[in-house]
Design a protein around this ligand. Sequence first.
Ligand SMILES: [Zn+2]
Length: 54
Amino acid sequence: MPRDPVCGMRVDEDTPYNLEYDDETYYFCSASCAQEFQENSEDYVSPLQESLGE
Ligand SMILES: [Zn+2]
């Protein structure tokens, strides 16, 4: 079962609240979590690329 990356809740894959980002599909418990993810995507995806600098 996928996990909402914003609040950490487990969500059903059938949820209408899902977004594709960087070739991954993310699922959300609510429209507000999906919106939060859209606005701050970098905070919620893997931090691996964060230290590459600018
Ligand atoms: Zn949520």
